[in-house]
Design a protein around this ligand. Structure first.
Ligand code: FES
Length: 136
């Protein structure tokens, strides 16, 4: 192989490599791979949360409470109180969510009933499919 042909082939190879290094990331950005929507979720079994009870979990390092409301199904809410950030808990006797710091109270939809909390608790997406609960 002549030196000129070798250099031409080598430069063509480098040009192709450079082109691919720009086109491939752009294509991945425009056409991302499909991921399983349920892959990044916390999965519970329905029997893990009996009616009228709750379960505290962590989702992406965020504290979350899952409540099995009587006759209303499951709901997932952030446990971080919207007043000053204390962690709320489910009060089974009162059937509501209570903040132990300054006594804010929330209904089982996460809405403020009383106390200093300015906003409802953040609602976390939740899906129930057959016997499993997908949270996140
Ligand atoms: S932090 Fe919850 S009521 Fe103040």
């Amino acid at each position: 192989m002549e030196r000129r042909n070798f250099l031409r082939s080598f430069l063509t190879f480098l040009g192709s490599l450079t082109l691919v290094s720009f086109v491939y990331p752009a294509a991945r950005f425009l056409y991302p791979t499909k991921q399983n929507d349920l892959a990044d979720k916390v999965v519970l079994h329905k029997k893990d949360v009996a009616p009228g009870s709750s379960l505290n979990i962590t989702l992406d390092n965020k504290p979350v409470i899952v409540v099995h409301r009587r006759n209303q199904g499951f709901i997932a809410l952030s446990r971080v109180c919207t007043h000053l950030g204390c962690l709320v808990r489910y009060d089974r006797g009162e059937d509501r969510i209570i903040c132990p710091c300054h006594a804010a109270q929330f209904n089982l939809e996460g809405n403020v009933i009383s106390g200093p909390a300015p906003r409802p608790l953040e609602r976390i997406p939740l899906q129930v499919k057959s016997e499993k609960i997908y949270i996140g």
